[in-house]
Design a protein around this ligand. Structure first.
Ligand code: WTA
Length: 653
C-alpha cells in the first residue's frame, strides 16, 4: 500500500471555459484589472477607497491595525449602518426607490420604498428604546422572511444594539442556547410563519425557549398568521401596538467602526454554536464593495438573493450590502416548491429579476424536479447568476447556466463563510473567464493560498488547506464570550498570521481556486486522501444523477471504502444496472481509485437547515454506527429511511 498522502489528491479536471459575454463586459462595473492592480499596489489604499463610498460621521485615523490574530479596521472612524443603508439615500432624493419587493408564501405582495423603510426602522428603533434597549444591549430576532426582519435588524443597528438573528427554522432549544449565550435583553419574534402551506409556530417555540432565558425582559411579537398564543403580561407586546405610538424619526447613534454590529451563531460539526462577532465599519465596507463589484450592481437592477436572512448570506447580501448600495431587492417568505415547483421562476418573471443569487442545494433540487418548471416562465430579465454555500458540481453549474441563465448569463461562484462576513473568492463577471466548479480568484485585496500540512504552499494541481494570509475588513473579530476559541479554531494550525478556513482546496495551472469541501469530510482510500467533492461531481456528471454524497467506511483491503448516496433525476429509477453504470462512470471520469464500492439510491440526502449535505450522518449510517445528533437537520426523516435501506442491504455490491 502506498504511503499515506499528506495532502488531498486532486483528481477532477474540468476543461470547459466561459468568456464574459461581450455585451455584459462592455457595461460592467469592473471592466479591467484595475481593482486587482490597485489592491496589489496599495492594499490599505484600496480598502480605504471602498470605505469612502460609505458616509462617515468622522473619518478614520488608521485603515488597519493588525496585531495577529486581532484586527481593527478604520479605527477612529464613526458611522451608523442604518444611516448608510437608508437616510443617506433618502437625503439624496432616492426615497421613492423600492428597497424590497416582498412576497408572502400565501401570495400577498408589498413594495416597500427606501423612504417607507426608514420610517418603519425609526419607529421600531424607538419602540426598542421604549423597552429599555440601550447601546450595546443584545437583541435576539427570531422571525421568518417578513419585512419586519430587516426592519428589526436595521432598528438595532440604528441604536447601536447588536442583533443576534436566529433562523426561523430553528427549534426552541437552538433559540434558547443562542439567547443564553448572547444574554439578549429583548426578543423580537412573530406569532406564526408560513412554510409549505402550514404554520410555523414561532411564538410558541419562543415561549418554550424563554422558560430558561432569564436575560430576556421583553418580547415583541409581529402579527403575521393571526394564530392564537398565550401572552405574558408585562413581558409580551404586539409589534404593531408598540410602533403605532412611535414617531418616524430616530437619531442614529454615532458608532465606532469597531463597535459590534451583530452576532451570528454558526454551528460547526462539533461543539456548541459559535457567536461570530462582526463589527460596523469594516463589515459594511466589505459587503458593500463586494456586492457592487461581484454582482455588477447598476441603478436599475432587481437583485434577488434567495437565501434566508437568518444566515450570513442574507445578512450581507439581502440586508447590509444591497441597502448600502441603494439596490432594489426581493424577499420571498416561503418554500420554492409552494404551491408548485415553479414558484421561484414565477417570482423572477413577475419582478423582472436581473440578478439571482442562490445555493447549489437549491440548484440540485431544480435539476431533480426537471426543466419544465423554469421553461414555463419568461426569464429573459436575468443577466447574472450567483451561487454560494457549497462547492457546486460542474454539471449543476452548467445546468444553472443553461436552463436558468439560458446561456446568456455569467455565473459567479462565490466562496465565503459566516466568519468572513463577505465574499472572498469569486469571479468578477465582466472580466473573469469562468470554469464551472471553480470559485476562480480571490477578490481584490484578499490574499488566499493553499498550504500543505506543514504550511508550505502546494504546487498547482495539488490539494491542501485553504488559508487567508492577510486580514480583510469584514472578517470576524472574535467569538462572542470565547476569545480563546477564536484563536484555536482559526489560528491554531499555522499561527496567528494565517487564518484557517477549514476547507480543502486546490489551485490549477492557471491559478484558479477549486474548493474541495470541508477538511473533516476528506477520505483516505488506499493511502490517498480524496475529497468527497470530486467524486460527487463525477457522479453528478452522469445525466441521470441530480445529487450525490460520498462518504467512507473502514475496509480491510483499502483502508476506507467509498460509499455513494445518490439521488436520481425524477424520471430515472435506481436499478443495479444504473449502480454499475455509475461506478464505471466515476472510474472513467477520475480514476479507478475513486470508484465507489457501494451505491445507495435515496430520494433525498440529509441536509443542514441551510442546505448543506451532512456527510457526518451518512458516515454513521455507512459504518453501521448509532446516529449522532440529528436536531440540526432540515429533513431528519430521510436519515431513518436511508438507515433502513442500508440495514436491508440495498444497493451494496
Ligand atoms: C462552504 C456561507 C465551495 C465552505 C456563506 C465554507 C463553499 C462554508 C462555497 C461556509 C463555494 C460556501 N464553494 N464551498 N462557493 N461557499 N462554501 O458559514 O465549506 O454557512 O467553509 O457561509 O460553506 O458556510 P456558511
Amino acid at each position: 500500500m502506498a504511503e499515506v498522502e499528506q495532502n488531498i489528491a486532486a483528481l477532477l479536471s474540468e476543461e470547459r471555459v466561459f468568456e464574459p459575454p461581450a455585451d455584459f463586459a462592455a457595461g460592467a462595473i469592473v471592466r479591467d484589472r484595475s481593482p486587482y492592480e490597485r489592491a496589489e499596489a496599495d492594499l490599505e489604499g484600496f480598502w480605504a477607497e471602498q470605505a469612502e463610498r460609505l458616509t462617515w460621521f468622522r473619518k478614520w485615523d488608521a485603515v488597519m491595525d493588525w496585531d495577529p490574530p486581532w484586527v481593527k479596521w478604520f479605527e477612529g472612524g464613526t458611522l451608523n449602518a442604518s444611516y448608510n443603508c437608508l437616510d443617506r439615500h433618502v437625503e439624496a432624493g432616492g426615497g421613492d426607490k423600492i428597497a424590497y419587493y416582498w412576497e408572502g408564501e400565501p401570495g400577498e405582495r408589498r413594495a416597500i420604498t427606501y423612504g417607507e423603510l426608514l420610517d418603519e426602522v425609526c419607529r421600531c428603533a424607538n419602540a426598542l428604546k421604549s423597552l429599555g434597549v440601550e447601546r450595546g444591549d443584545r437583541v435576539a430576532i427570531y422571525l421568518g422572511m417578513i419585512p419586519e426582519l430587516p426592519i428589526a435588524m436595521l432598528a438595532c443597528a440604528r441604536i447601536g444594539a447588536p442583533h443576534s438573528v436566529v433562523f426561523g427554522g430553528f427549534s426552541a432549544e437552538s433559540l434558547r442556547d443562542r439567547i443564553i449565550d448572547a444574554e439578549a435583553k429583548v426578543l423580537v419574534t412573530q406569532d406564526g410563519g408560513y412554510r409549505r402551506g402550514s404554520e410555523v409556530p414561532l411564538k410558541a417555540n419562543a415561549d418554550e425557549a424563554l422558560k430558561e432565558c432569564p436575560s430576556i425582559e421583553h418580547v415583541v411579537t409581529v402579527r403575521r398568521s393571526g394564530g392564537e398564543h398565550p401572552f405574558t403580561p408585562g413581558r409580551d407586546h404586539w409589534y404593531h401596538e408598540l410602533i403605532a405610538e412611535q414617531p418616524p424619526e430616530c437619531e442614529p447613534q454615532e458608532m465606532d467602526a469597531e463597535d459590534i454590529l451583530y452576532l451570528l451563531y454558526t454551528s460547526g460539526t462539533t461543539g456548541s454554536p459559535k457567536g461570530i462577532v462582526h463589527t460596523t465599519g469594516g463589515y459594511l465596507t466589505g459587503v458593500a464593495a463586494t456586492h457592487r463589484m461581484i454582482f455588477d450592481i447598476h441603478d436599475d437592477d432587481i437583485f434577488w438573493c434567495s437565501a434566508d436572512i437568518g444566515w450570513v448570506t442574507g445578512h450581507s447580501y439581502i440586508v447590509y450590502g444591497p441597502l448600502a448600495n441603494h439596490t432594489t431587492g426581493v424577499i420571498y417568505e416561503g418554500a420554492p416548491d409552494w404551491p408548485d415547483r415553479d414558484r421561484l421562476w414565477e417570482i423572477v418573471e413577475r419582478y423582472k429579476v436581473t440578478i439571482l443569487y442562490t445555493a447549489p442545494t437549491a440548484i440540485r433540487a431544480f435539476m431533480r424536479w426537471g426543466t419544465e418548471y423554469p421553461e414555463k416562465h419568461e426569464l429573459s430579465s436575468l443577466r447574472l447568476l450567483g451561487t454560494v454555500g457549497e462547492p457546486i458540481n460542474p454539471e449543476a453549474w452548467i445546468w444553472y447556466w443553461k436552463f436558468i441563465g439560458r446561456k446568456r448569463c455569467p455565473v459567479v461562484d462565490t466562496w465565503w463563510q459566516t466568519e468572513t462576513g463577505m465574499i472572498l473568492i469569486t469571479p468578477l463577471p465582466g472580466i473573469t473567464r469562468l470554469k464551472p466548479g471553480s470559485a476562480t480568484f480571490p477578490f481584490p485585496g484578499v490574499h488566499a493560498e493553499v498550504l500543505d500540512d506543514q504550511g508550505n504552499p502546494v504546487p498547482p494541481g495539488g490539494g491542501g488547506y485553504l488559508v487567508l494570509t492577510h486580514p480583510w475588513p469584514a472578517m470576524l473579530r472574535t467569538i462572542w464570550g470565547d476569545p480563546d476559541r477564536y484563536v484555536t479554531t482559526y489560528f491554531g494550525k499555522y499561527g496567528p498570521n494565517i487564518y484557517l478556513a477549514g476547507d480543502g482546496a486546490k489551485r490549477d495551472e492557471d491559478g484558479y481556486f477549486w474548493l474541495l469541501g470541508r477538511i473533516d469530510d476528506v477520505m483516505n482510500v488506499a493511502g490517498h486522501r480524496l475529497s468527497t467533492y470530486e467524486i460527487e461531481s463525477a457522479l453528478v456528471d452522469n445525466s441521470k444523477v441530480a445529487e450525490a454524497a460520498v462518504v467512507s467506511r473502514p475496509d480491510e483491503l483499502v483502508g476506507e471504502a467509498i460509499v455513494a448516496f445518490v439521488t436520481l433525476k425524477s424520471s430515472y429509477e435506481g436499478t443495479d444496472g444504473v449502480a454499475a453504470e455509475l461506478r464505471e462512470h466515476v472510474a472513467n471520469k477520475i480514476g479507478k481509485i475513486a470508484r465507489p464500492h457501494g451505491i445507495i439510491f435515496t430520494t433525498d440526502l440529509p441536509k443542514t437547515r441551510s442546505g448543506k449535505i451532512m456527510r457526518r450522518l451518512l458516515r454513521d449510517v455507512a459504518r453501521g454506527r448509532p446516529l449522532g445528533d440529528v436536531t440540526t437537520l432540515a429533513n431528519a426523516e430521510i436519515v431513518e429511511q436511508i438507515h433502513e435501506m442500508v440495514d436491508s442491504g440495498t444497493g451494496e455490491e
